[in-house]
Design a protein around this ligand. Structure first.
Ligand code: N01
Length: 500
């Protein structure tokens, strides 16, 4: 796996998380021997390799959080902890025997489309190579977003992002501060509260937090998953349709989420005794507008005497503490920033140059992130995204979306081979129509009308991250590679024609 890079590969996949691994397995299965997966990390797993903070676990049921072609009868719980998901991905990679095509510790620096050679010229930390096609599977939640707070770079204690946990820092007996109250923070806070002498949690916006219906699987259940044909798949299908029932509340009428709102409010009552603290953690926007969080121990942790929830805005970080707008200065030994990821400004976009020499970041500057079927972009031939624009979910498993895109991309690559196509890109009108339809549907979703700011929205307030329909509709739309929506350039030819 530490072999040097070849000079050329037919398909270069960037990223070895769920998306890159799934793509590799499905390419291999289809007989594409000549592909390569590169990842800057040292293992498969992507976000599940990187997010090792205490308490890291999936907030989507484990049964759905696995490949449809590699169910895992051994999940210990209904919501799996991070080490189990990482171990699952390692096992899948080994079982499907694709690791010989993976190169770890390789960072893609730039890639430019070479119109003459009809190839991508790729520059990496381990040397240059060319590829007929590029699949970006580097994930939407991989680049940490650090808060722009005055003085933070001069802080003299330990400071790290939730997704880059420093396991050498012992929190025992320390004064710890956590900035942020998103999905990562609410998993971290109860764990840190147990170890620290004192914990300050800095909340900008109170999130909606539902109870976490987590439990250990009984031995009999696991036995049935493993040995009784059809049981696990039927169980998984039931969970899938249960989650799908949430879609109308997100996309049609937020009032349908009233029962969820009630459960979240009851979660506050149950977890917190102090009325003033209850008030502070009660959200003031529609449930679902931001990601709905799940936890049974977050509110009880905030209720502890050695934990403070700080809602005054942070004005500066001093070398030894945090100052807030009310003038208070709280001492801090360890500062944990759980402030999320670059989502609407996909960092790799600045490093991909298309047919006319423009970067993808430039192409998206005015329009925001947009891709035909969340997968392909006009002007960027033979470039495919997994978890691209408007493919994210607020209610179910991204693995379902990832598998849908893998099927579509594999179809595209097969069509290229069968029809002798050297360059394939979606027609501008097809991409524009797709984006217009997504954005039209977005208008009435709770993400647009729910009265919150979130990482789903870009600087112009456009939601370029989430899919505004059911997941089965997404799958249906990507089931077949629709070459009629593409411009295709035949190999050894210089005239572009529509390959209808
Ligand atoms: O990040 P976030 P995350 N000063 O962006 C606050 C997935 N995930 O890492 O709400 C003060 O959600 C910010 O405040 P506000 C999941 O998809 C999955 O927690 O913007 N505060 C917010 O509270 C999730 O949605 C699992 O006002 C600042 C927080 O930081 C996504 O990852 C587990 C600030 C950021 O929350 C990201 O979650 C964990 C500032 N300058 C994560 N800047 C699973 O279980 C930001 N904030 C599968």
């Amino acid at each position: 796996m530490s072999d040097s890079l070849p000079r050329h590969t037919r398909v270069l996949v960037i990223g070895a998380g769920f998306a890159g691994l799934g793509m590799a397995i499905k390419l291999d299965e289809a007989g594409f021997g000549d592909f390569l997966v590169v990842d800057k990390g040292d293992d498969v797993g992507g976000t599940w390799r990187d997010n090792t903070y205490p308490g890291a676990a999936c907030d989507v049921p484990s049964q759905l959080y696995s490949f449809s072609f590699a169910l895992n009868p051994d999940w210990s719980r209904s919501f799996s902890p991070q080490p189990e998901i990482q171990a699952y991905l390692r096992k899948v990679a080994a079982d499907f025997q694709v690791l010989d095509r993976f190169r770890f510790g390789v960072e893609v620096r730039d890639a430019a489309w070479d119109e003459e050679a009809q190839q991508w010229q790729v520059s990496t930390s381990a040397g240059d190579l060319t590829a007929d096609a590029l699949v970006n599977a580097s994930g939407a939640l991989s680049e940490p977003k650090l808060p722009d707070i005055a003085g933070i770079e001069d802080f003299t204690g330990e400071v790290f992002h939730s997704s880059r946990w420093d396991h050498h820092t012992d929190l025992t007996g320390k004064r710890v501060a956590v900035i942020g109250t998103g999905a990562s923070a609410i998993q971290i806070v109860p764990e840190v509260a147990e170890r620290a002498a004192h914990l300050d949690v800095y909340q900008r916006t109170a999130p909606w937090v539902m109870p976490r219906g987590d439990r250990a699987y009984r031995r009999l259940e696991r036995f049935a998953f493993r040995h009784v044909p059809g049981v696990q798949r039927a169980y998984r299908t039931g969970i899938y349709w249960g989650r799908e029932c949430f879609v109308p509340a997100f996309t049609v009428n937020p009032k349908l989420a009233a029962p969820a709102r009630k459960m979240a409010l009851a979660n506050i009552e149950r977890g917190i005794s102090d009325p003033a603290l209850r008030e502070k953690v009660t959200p003031h926007f529609e449930i679902g507008c931001k990601r709905i969080l799940i936890s049974n121990d977050y509110y009880p942790a905030l209720d502890r005497p050695d934990v403070d929830l700080v809602t005054d805005p942070i004005t500066e970080v001093t070398p030894t503490g945090i100052r807030t707008a009310d003038g208070s200065l709280r001492d801090v030994d360890v500062l944990i920033v759980a402030t999320g990821f670059h989502t609407t400004d996909m960092p790799i976009a600045a490093h991909l140059k298309g047919r006319d020499g423009r970067t993808l970041a430039d192409a998206w500057r005015e329009s925001g992130m947009t891709a035909y079927k969340g997968t392909t972009v006009n002007g960027f031939p033979n470039l495919f995204f997994i978890v691209g624009p408007n493919t994210g979910l607020g209610h179910s498993s991204m693995v379902f979306i990832i598998e849908s895109q893998i099927t579509y991309i594999r179809g595209a690559l097969q069509a290229m081979g069968e029809r002798g196509i050297s360059a394939l890109e979606p027609r501008a009108d097809a991409q524009a129509a797709w984006t217009a339809d997504v954005q039209r549907r977005m208008r009435r979703t709770v993400w647009s009308t729910g009265g919150c700011a979130s990482w789903y929205l870009d600087d112009h307030g456009r939601n370029t991250t989430l899919w505004p329909r059911t997941t089965f509709k997404f799958r249906e739309l990507l089931r077949r590679f629709d070459i009629e929506a593409y411009d295709a350039l035949p190999r050894m030819s210089s005239t572009k024609e529509t390959a209808a």
